[in-house]
Design a protein around this ligand. Structure first.
Ligand SMILES: [Zn+2]
Length: 228
Protein backbone atom coordinates (compact mmCIF):
# COMPACT_ATOMS: atom_id res chain seq x y z
CA UNK A 1 0.00 0.00 0.00
CA UNK A 2 1.45 3.33 -1.03
CA UNK A 3 1.59 6.12 1.51
CA UNK A 4 0.58 9.73 1.00
CA UNK A 5 2.92 11.70 3.22
CA UNK A 6 2.06 15.30 2.51
CA UNK A 7 3.02 18.76 3.74
CA UNK A 8 0.71 21.71 3.29
CA UNK A 9 2.53 25.00 2.78
CA UNK A 10 1.36 28.54 2.21
CA UNK A 11 1.06 31.98 3.76
CA UNK A 12 -1.37 32.79 6.58
CA UNK A 13 -4.84 33.26 5.13
CA UNK A 14 -4.23 31.09 2.05
CA UNK A 15 -6.92 28.61 3.12
CA UNK A 16 -4.71 25.72 4.26
CA UNK A 17 -7.14 24.69 7.02
CA UNK A 18 -10.10 24.55 4.64
CA UNK A 19 -8.16 22.48 2.11
CA UNK A 20 -6.80 20.18 4.81
CA UNK A 21 -10.35 19.44 6.00
CA UNK A 22 -11.44 18.49 2.51
CA UNK A 23 -8.38 16.39 1.70
CA UNK A 24 -8.79 14.54 4.96
CA UNK A 25 -12.25 13.49 3.80
CA UNK A 26 -11.09 12.60 0.28
CA UNK A 27 -8.13 10.46 1.17
CA UNK A 28 -8.76 9.48 4.80
CA UNK A 29 -5.54 11.10 5.97
CA UNK A 30 -5.17 12.62 9.43
CA UNK A 31 -4.63 16.37 9.41
CA UNK A 32 -1.66 16.89 11.70
CA UNK A 33 -1.47 20.49 12.79
CA UNK A 34 1.62 21.10 14.91
CA UNK A 35 -0.22 23.90 16.75
CA UNK A 36 -2.95 21.43 17.76
CA UNK A 37 -0.65 18.60 18.84
CA UNK A 38 1.46 21.02 20.85
CA UNK A 39 -1.63 22.24 22.71
CA UNK A 40 -2.85 18.66 23.22
CA UNK A 41 0.42 17.40 24.64
CA UNK A 42 0.75 20.39 26.96
CA UNK A 43 -2.83 19.90 28.19
CA UNK A 44 -2.37 16.15 28.68
CA UNK A 45 0.95 16.73 30.47
CA UNK A 46 2.96 14.19 28.46
CA UNK A 47 6.77 14.21 28.85
CA UNK A 48 7.19 16.20 25.64
CA UNK A 49 4.27 18.42 26.65
CA UNK A 50 5.92 19.23 29.97
CA UNK A 51 9.19 19.98 28.24
CA UNK A 52 7.44 22.26 25.73
CA UNK A 53 5.63 24.04 28.56
CA UNK A 54 8.90 24.90 30.29
CA UNK A 55 10.01 26.81 27.18
CA UNK A 56 6.61 28.43 26.69
CA UNK A 57 6.44 29.56 30.32
CA UNK A 58 9.87 31.14 29.89
CA UNK A 59 8.59 32.94 26.82
CA UNK A 60 10.87 30.95 24.52
CA UNK A 61 10.18 29.07 21.31
CA UNK A 62 9.68 25.34 21.69
CA UNK A 63 12.81 23.72 20.18
CA UNK A 64 12.52 21.87 16.88
CA UNK A 65 13.47 18.49 18.34
CA UNK A 66 10.54 18.67 20.78
CA UNK A 67 8.10 19.42 17.96
CA UNK A 68 9.63 16.68 15.78
CA UNK A 69 9.27 14.28 18.73
CA UNK A 70 5.59 15.15 18.95
CA UNK A 71 5.10 14.59 15.22
CA UNK A 72 6.87 11.21 15.46
CA UNK A 73 4.61 10.24 18.37
CA UNK A 74 1.55 11.36 16.48
CA UNK A 75 2.54 9.25 13.47
CA UNK A 76 3.22 6.10 15.46
CA UNK A 77 1.32 6.13 18.76
CA UNK A 78 -2.20 7.14 17.78
CA UNK A 79 -4.99 4.71 18.67
CA UNK A 80 -6.15 3.62 16.19
CA UNK A 81 -2.95 4.19 14.17
CA UNK A 82 -4.57 6.46 11.61
CA UNK A 83 -1.40 7.72 9.90
CA UNK A 84 -0.20 4.39 8.55
CA UNK A 85 -1.28 5.24 5.01
CA UNK A 86 -0.15 8.83 5.17
CA UNK A 87 -0.67 12.23 6.74
CA UNK A 88 -1.25 15.86 5.98
CA UNK A 89 1.20 17.95 7.98
CA UNK A 90 0.37 21.61 8.55
CA UNK A 91 2.39 24.23 10.43
CA UNK A 92 5.75 22.48 10.23
CA UNK A 93 8.39 22.79 8.87
CA UNK A 94 8.68 26.57 8.64
CA UNK A 95 12.36 26.81 7.70
CA UNK A 96 15.14 24.68 6.21
CA UNK A 97 16.57 23.57 9.55
CA UNK A 98 13.16 22.19 10.52
CA UNK A 99 12.82 20.54 7.12
CA UNK A 100 16.12 18.71 7.66
CA UNK A 101 14.99 17.61 11.14
CA UNK A 102 11.71 16.33 9.76
CA UNK A 103 13.44 14.40 6.98
CA UNK A 104 15.72 12.73 9.50
CA UNK A 105 12.75 11.74 11.67
CA UNK A 106 10.83 10.33 8.71
CA UNK A 107 13.92 8.42 7.54
CA UNK A 108 14.06 6.74 10.96
CA UNK A 109 10.43 5.70 10.53
CA UNK A 110 11.21 4.36 7.05
CA UNK A 111 8.97 6.96 5.44
CA UNK A 112 9.51 9.63 2.87
CA UNK A 113 7.53 12.66 1.76
CA UNK A 114 5.24 12.16 -1.23
CA UNK A 115 4.75 15.84 -2.02
CA UNK A 116 4.65 19.35 -0.64
CA UNK A 117 1.45 21.18 -1.58
CA UNK A 118 1.98 24.93 -1.83
CA UNK A 119 -1.04 27.23 -1.92
CA UNK A 120 0.13 30.55 -3.34
CA UNK A 121 -1.68 33.86 -2.82
CA UNK A 122 -0.15 37.32 -3.43
CA UNK A 123 0.30 39.48 -0.32
CA UNK A 124 -2.18 42.16 -1.38
CA UNK A 125 -4.92 39.57 -1.86
CA UNK A 126 -4.22 38.11 1.57
CA UNK A 127 -4.33 41.52 3.19
CA UNK A 128 -7.66 42.24 1.49
CA UNK A 129 -9.05 38.87 2.63
CA UNK A 130 -7.91 39.11 6.22
CA UNK A 131 -8.13 42.84 6.90
CA UNK A 132 -11.74 42.95 5.67
CA UNK A 133 -12.91 40.49 8.29
CA UNK A 134 -15.31 41.78 10.95
CA UNK A 135 -16.42 39.82 13.99
CA UNK A 136 -19.48 40.29 16.21
CA UNK A 137 -18.54 41.48 19.72
CA UNK A 138 -21.32 39.32 21.22
CA UNK A 139 -20.74 36.09 19.29
CA UNK A 140 -17.38 35.46 17.56
CA UNK A 141 -18.96 32.88 15.23
CA UNK A 142 -20.83 35.74 13.53
CA UNK A 143 -18.21 36.68 10.96
CA UNK A 144 -18.53 39.11 8.04
CA UNK A 145 -16.31 40.54 5.35
CA UNK A 146 -16.55 44.15 4.19
CA UNK A 147 -16.15 43.13 0.52
CA UNK A 148 -17.19 39.49 0.22
CA UNK A 149 -19.90 39.09 2.87
CA UNK A 150 -20.93 42.53 4.16
CA UNK A 151 -23.56 43.03 6.88
CA UNK A 152 -26.75 44.86 5.88
CA UNK A 153 -25.71 47.88 7.95
CA UNK A 154 -22.08 48.92 8.37
CA UNK A 155 -20.48 47.53 11.54
CA UNK A 156 -23.72 46.01 12.86
CA UNK A 157 -24.34 42.25 13.20
CA UNK A 158 -27.30 41.04 11.09
CA UNK A 159 -28.15 38.34 13.60
CA UNK A 160 -28.24 40.18 16.92
CA UNK A 161 -27.63 43.87 16.21
CA UNK A 162 -24.37 43.88 18.17
CA UNK A 163 -21.38 45.93 17.08
CA UNK A 164 -18.83 44.40 14.69
CA UNK A 165 -15.13 44.75 15.36
CA UNK A 166 -11.83 44.00 13.67
CA UNK A 167 -9.62 41.63 15.64
CA UNK A 168 -6.04 42.70 16.33
CA UNK A 169 -4.84 39.67 14.33
CA UNK A 170 -6.71 40.99 11.31
CA UNK A 171 -5.18 44.47 11.29
CA UNK A 172 -3.20 45.24 8.17
CA UNK A 173 0.02 45.97 10.05
CA UNK A 174 -0.18 42.64 11.93
CA UNK A 175 -0.88 40.76 8.71
CA UNK A 176 2.03 42.45 6.88
CA UNK A 177 4.34 41.49 9.75
CA UNK A 178 3.25 37.85 9.60
CA UNK A 179 3.72 37.83 5.83
CA UNK A 180 7.18 39.30 6.25
CA UNK A 181 8.11 36.44 8.60
CA UNK A 182 6.63 33.94 6.15
CA UNK A 183 8.60 35.32 3.21
CA UNK A 184 11.91 35.53 5.02
CA UNK A 185 11.78 32.08 6.68
CA UNK A 186 9.49 29.90 4.65
CA UNK A 187 10.25 30.99 1.12
CA UNK A 188 13.72 29.33 1.11
CA UNK A 189 11.82 26.18 2.03
CA UNK A 190 9.88 26.42 -1.22
CA UNK A 191 13.15 26.28 -3.21
CA UNK A 192 14.36 23.48 -0.95
CA UNK A 193 11.37 21.28 -1.79
CA UNK A 194 11.33 22.38 -5.40
CA UNK A 195 14.92 21.19 -5.83
CA UNK A 196 13.96 17.91 -4.17
CA UNK A 197 11.26 17.50 -6.85
CA UNK A 198 8.50 17.44 -4.24
CA UNK A 199 6.82 20.81 -4.73
CA UNK A 200 3.36 21.13 -6.28
CA UNK A 201 1.98 24.66 -6.70
CA UNK A 202 -1.68 25.71 -6.50
CA UNK A 203 -3.24 29.06 -7.28
CA UNK A 204 -4.90 30.08 -4.01
CA UNK A 205 -6.57 33.12 -5.63
CA UNK A 206 -9.16 30.77 -7.11
CA UNK A 207 -12.22 29.89 -5.07
CA UNK A 208 -11.84 27.14 -2.46
CA UNK A 209 -13.79 24.57 -4.53
CA UNK A 210 -11.50 25.00 -7.52
CA UNK A 211 -8.36 24.90 -5.39
CA UNK A 212 -9.68 21.74 -3.80
CA UNK A 213 -10.36 20.07 -7.17
CA UNK A 214 -6.83 20.82 -8.35
CA UNK A 215 -5.19 19.54 -5.20
CA UNK A 216 -7.36 16.43 -5.13
CA UNK A 217 -6.49 15.58 -8.74
CA UNK A 218 -2.79 16.04 -8.04
CA UNK A 219 -2.86 13.88 -4.93
CA UNK A 220 -4.87 11.17 -6.69
CA UNK A 221 -2.23 11.12 -9.44
CA UNK A 222 0.56 10.83 -6.87
CA UNK A 223 -1.11 7.79 -5.39
CA UNK A 224 -1.49 6.17 -8.81
CA UNK A 225 2.12 6.90 -9.80
CA UNK A 226 3.28 5.32 -6.61
CA UNK A 227 1.35 2.13 -7.23
CA UNK A 228 2.96 1.46 -10.60
ZN1 LIG B 1 -23.73 38.76 16.25
Amino acid sequence: MSQLNLILLGPPGAGKGTQADRLRDDFVLPHISTGDILREQVTEGTELGKEAKRYMDAGELVPDDVIVGMITDRLTDAHPPDARDGFLLDGFPRNETQADALKEALDKLGRRLSAVLLIEVPDDDLVRRLAGRRVCVKNPTHIYHVDFDPPKHDDVCDQDGARLMQRDDDREETIRNRLHVYHSQTEPLIDYYDEAGLLRRFDGRRNPDEVHRHIRATVATLRLEDEF
